[in-house]
Each structure stands twice: as structure tokens, then as C-alpha cells.
Write a protein that binds this ligand. Structure first.
Ligand SMILES: Nc1ncnc2c1ncn2[C@@H]1O[C@H](COP(=O)(O)OP(=O)(O)OP(=O)(O)O)[C@@H](O)[C@H]1O
Length: 254
């Protein structure tokens, strides 16, 4: 599905947090959202997910404005993994993941063995199948994060929005989750602080002060000048002698 943002604006108590954000993510593309702390990435993702309604502009899915869609209908296409998502205590891991199936259930379409299979697959995709029967509150931060990603995968979304999903994850799980996300044949917008990981996205966009100040191919966008001006770091770019990929090495804060 195609995801479009047109001239998005958002403000709280008269303070503008997002201004004139325009974005086009083609079906199947992975779009990396980067930017310093407080630049507006989470705010934008919540608008793209339809959780907040823009004060200005529109979010569209395949051309349809989501402001006019019912929440259940949106949830059948769009999943959001939030940064600090909380879940009620005394709930088991499998039940958390099963919540991803909620938008598809009704009196006419009760829980089925197919839903069980989808939940099993999602747990296995994030390497949490062996903890399916654990209580949520006994999990570590990284394990909780993986369960939240599994819940979103169980939703079988056509558009997946991820807010810093690799936060809390050890390096093995960071790499496996990013690899999994890249291989999904769906549209993905993912906010990341690791700029080398962002280089693996099909396209990236840079947020700064509530604006999308640049977007395009990672190599064109993440220049040493951009790193200095927007991210406040001196860096240089190296070519990996093994596979020729570019790596950024951050030397010091400006
Ligand atoms: N409800 C709110 N009321 C007032 N200010 C808010 C509110 N929500 C967010 N902000 C402010 O909006 C700005 C953008 O926040 P946002 O969480 O979108 O940034 P971010 O790019 O995701 O940051 P980070 O990288 O730290 O997660 C920040 O300055 C934040 O303090």
C-alpha cells in the first residue's frame, strides 16, 4: 500500500511540533526516519498511524484519507510499534501477541486455528516462541520490545510503522529484526537512531525541528555536511573492505 503525507501540521498548546511534512512511501518500500532527539519522528509516526489527527494536511493510504476511515478499518492495514508501549500486567506473552488479531475478529469471524498459526509465526519471527507462556511483567526491556513487534506482525499489516524498534535490543536481535523488517513485502516506516542501520533502508528522511528537511537515497541524504549541521557530529565515511558498503564513523560532537 502507498502511504502519503501531505503538508502535515501538528501543534500542542500553540507550540508547533510538526510543520508542512510531505512524504511518499511506495508500496513495499522501507523508509527510514532519522533526526535528533525531539525532532518530531514519534509525532509524525502517530499521525501516520491515525492515532492523532493532523491539525493541517492529510495522511492517505492508497489515496484514501485516513481521517475518514474507522479505527478498526485502519488497524486492518496499519500497525504501529511505539517506543514505550505499555501493556497491562498479569497478561501472558501469547495473549499480547494475540491482540494483533483483534481488528479481524467479530461475532461472525471468531478466533480460529489460522489466528493461532499467525500468532505462532509472529512469536517465532522475533525469537520469542520459547517465552510464549511467560507473564508480560517478568520480561526484560528487549524481550518486551520483541513481543510488541510480534503483536504488530500478527496484525499482518500492509503498512508497518516502527518507532525505534531496536531500542533495548542486543546486537543479534537488532540485526535479525531489521533483516526481518526489510524482507517483509509491505510498506515500512521505521525511525532509527543508528545512522549506519538507517543506511540499509530504501530511502530515508531527516527530521529537524518538526520539519522533514531532506529525503532520498541514504547516500545522497547522509552526507558529512548533513551529519555536522543536523546531527551535530563530525564524521567521516569509510568503505568496508569486505563488501564495499559505506560506514559512517563518528569522531566527536561539534
Ligand atoms: N504532548 C506534548 N506536549 C508538548 N510537547 C510535546 C508533546 N509531545 C511531544 N512534544 C514535543 O515535541 C517534540 C517532538 O517530539 P517527538 O517525540 O516527536 O520527537 P522524536 O524525534 O521522536 O524524539 P526522540 O528521538 O527523542 O524519540 C519534542 O520537543 C517533544 O518534547
Amino acid at each position: 500500500m502507498k502511504l502519503t503525507a501531505e503538508q502535515l501540521g501538528w501543534s500542542v498548546h500553540g507550540r508547533t511540533l510538526l510543520k508542512d511534512v510531505c512524504l511518499n512511501v511506495s508500496p513495499g518500500q522501507t523508509f527510514g526516519l532519522i533526526g535528533p532527539n525531539g525532532s518530531g519522528k514519534t509525532t509524525l509516526l502517530r499521525l501516520l498511524a491515525g492515532l492523532n489527527k493532523p491539525k493541517k494536511g492529510h495522511v492517505r493510504i492508497d489515496g484514501q484519507p485516513i481521517a475518514k476511515m474507522r479505527q478498526r478499518h485502519i488497524a486492518q492495514s496499519v500497525a504501529l510499534v511505539e517506543q514505550q508501549a505499555e501493556t497491562t500486567d498479569r497478561i501472558h506473552v501469547r495473549q499480547v501477541v494475540a491482540l494483533g488479531r483483534t481488528p479481524f475478529l467479530s461475532a461472525l469471524r471468531p478466533w480460529s486455528t489460522r489466528d493461532d498459526a499467525i500468532v505462532d509465526q509472529a512469536l517465532s519471527d522475533v525469537d520469542m516462541a520459547h517465552m510464549a507462556d511467560r507473564l508480560w511483567h517478568t520480561l526484560s526491556g528487549g524481550e518486551r520490545q520483541r513481543v510488541h513487534i510480534a503483536r504488530a506482525l500478527a496484525q499482518q499489516p500492509k503498512i508497518l510503522l516502527l518507532d525505534e524498534p531496536t531500542n533495548h535490543l542486543d546486537i543479534r536481535h537488532q540485526l535479525s529484526i531489521l533483516e526481518l523488517v526489510r524482507q517483509l513485502p509491505i510498506t515500512v516506516v521505521i525511525s532509527l537512531h543508528d545512522l549506519n542501520q538507517a543506511m540499509e533502508c530504501d530511502r530515508i528522511g531527516v527530521m529537524d525541528g518538526g520539519r522533514l528537511i531532506a529525503s532520498g537515497q541514504p547516500h545522497d541524504v547522509l552526507t558529512t555536511e548533513r551529519l555536522e549541521e543536523t546531527f551535530g557530529v563530525y564524521a567521516h565515511v569509510l568503505d568496508d573492505p569486505i563488501d564495499g558498503k559505506r560506514i559512517m564513523r563518528f569522531r566527536s560532537a561539534v
